[in-house]
Design a protein around this ligand. Structure first.
Ligand SMILES: *Cc1c(COP(=O)(O)O)cnc(C)c1O
Length: 387
């Protein structure tokens, strides 16, 4: 086997250059460390990046999505259509504003919400649709926005994983309704923790600022008022300078991620071919123009294996290969089961949630890492294949 190095490969790892470390030190020395001039600069740089649309930053992606729902006026009694295959934050924020998540099954190929199944889930209470771009692959944006128009729904895009992704040559976030990104440490662009929301106009941006800081509005030098319930969700200048530096590195990161993804397809296919077995491993959509390759995920042929996914993960770990599960169906979590949700109502999500596996993918990976992972994975699958 090609396991020449025993160095552990995590499923993801952020990269920070010396310039970033120095930029952080400069903020720490400046005497102003929380939200200030660097945040303002980050927000205006992001706004330019998104073609001039207003952008506001928040402490994390979860707060960003919650505030997006609040800006859209979604609350008690409203329904929001979303996907069961996401980080639980997506539906937790719907619950946290008092609304009800309505889960629509996914497309097994893209692993994103199946837009053809959305219309039948719309009721008189439906106020919004919240798609997720799993691993950075967008949904059909034309179809999404025509559905929204037809049913008069707001769109809150959970683009947490899709910073740098595109749709027909346009950046995700540069068009559409409310678009939410996360800058958590594992994301393609990170501020350690953080997030940003792309909004439609200045009024929405003002409202988002209010929700971000206790519902506060300032009037003159010494006046203030609070007329809505806000939280404490601001992003600091320390985080903002990291984001500014990451933005400069993003094109290089993107090129590297795309090259690594291409290598995965070639290496995995070559390894499967060399076994002479027909190993039914489901690979991602081969999209090298629109996906930002946030993750490289395979769906294991669990029906054909004499062991479960956990065993495959354990054996990969023994080879020094870290993997992750993104994600089990949200409807299977106790909080959701207790509210009457069932994984069986979205059978494709149920199946994929049990068999999806995230392989390592991050800009700092070496070419030989991909070869090592592909051969290790296929070897383990072959060993456990029922025959
Ligand atoms: C990361 C992520 C979030 C939440 O972002 P945080 O910054 O961790 O709060 C939400 N949705 C998806 C799909 C994510 O990947």
């Amino acid at each position: 086997m090609s396991n020449t190095s025993s160095e552990f490969i995590p499923f993801t790892r952020p990269s920070f250059n010396q310039e970033t470390i120095e930029a952080v030190a400069e903020v720490l020395r400046s005497g102003w460390v929380t939200s200030g001039p660097k945040l303002a600069e980050f927000e205006s740089t992001l706004s330019k990046y998104f073609g001039g649309r207003p952008v506001r930053c928040f402490a994390n992606g979860t707060a960003t999505m919650k505030i997006a729902l609040q800006v859209a006026g979604i609350g008690e009694g409203d329904e929001v259509i979303t996907t069961p295959i996401s980080w639980v934050a997506t539906s937790n924020v719907i619950l946290s504003v008092g609304a009800k998540p309505v889960f629509v099954d996914i497309d097994p190929v893209t692993r994103n919400i199946d837009l053809d199944k959305v219309a039948s889930a719309v009721t008189s209470k439906t106020k919004a649709i919240m798609p997720v771009y799993l691993a950075g692959l967008p949904v059909d944006m034309d179809k999404l926005y025509s559905l929204a128009k037809q049913h008069q729904l707001r769109v809150i895009e959970d683009a947490a994983q899709a910073f740098g992704s595109q749709w027909q040559g346009k950046k995700i976030g540069s068009f559409g309704d409310l678009v939410s990104f996360s800058f958590q440490a594992n994301k393609n662009l990170t501020t350690i923790e953080g997030g940003c929301l792309v909004l439609n106009n200045g009024d929405e941006a003002k409202l988002a600022e209010k929700f971000r800081l206790q519902g506060l509005t300032r009037q003159g030098m010494d006046g203030m008022d609070v007329d809505v319930l806000g939280g404490k969700d601001n992003l600091t200048d320390v985080n903002a300078v990291i984001g500014l530096q990451q933005l400069k590195q993003l094109p290089a990161y993107q090129t590297r991620r795309t090259a690594l993804a291409r290598q995965y397809f070639d290496s995995i296919r070559a390894e499967i071919k060399s076994t002479g077995f027909d190993i039914q491993l489901e690979l991602p959509v081969e999209n090298f123009t629109e996906s930002n390759w946030h993750m490289f995920q395979v769906v294991l042929p669990v029906e054909q294996l004499n062991c479960d996914r956990a065993q495959i993960m354990t054996e990969l770990k023994e080879l020094g290969i870290g993997t992750g599960v993104h994600y089990p169906a949200i409807t299977g979590f106790t909080l959701y089961k207790n509210q009457g949700y069932q994984t069986s109502s979205t059978p494709i999500a149920e199946r994929i949630g049990k068999s999806i596996l995230t392989l390592p993918l991050f800009p700092g990976m070496k070419d030989q890492d991909i070869a090592r992972i592909a051969s290790g994975l296929v070897e383990i699958l072959q060993k456990h294949y029922k025959k």
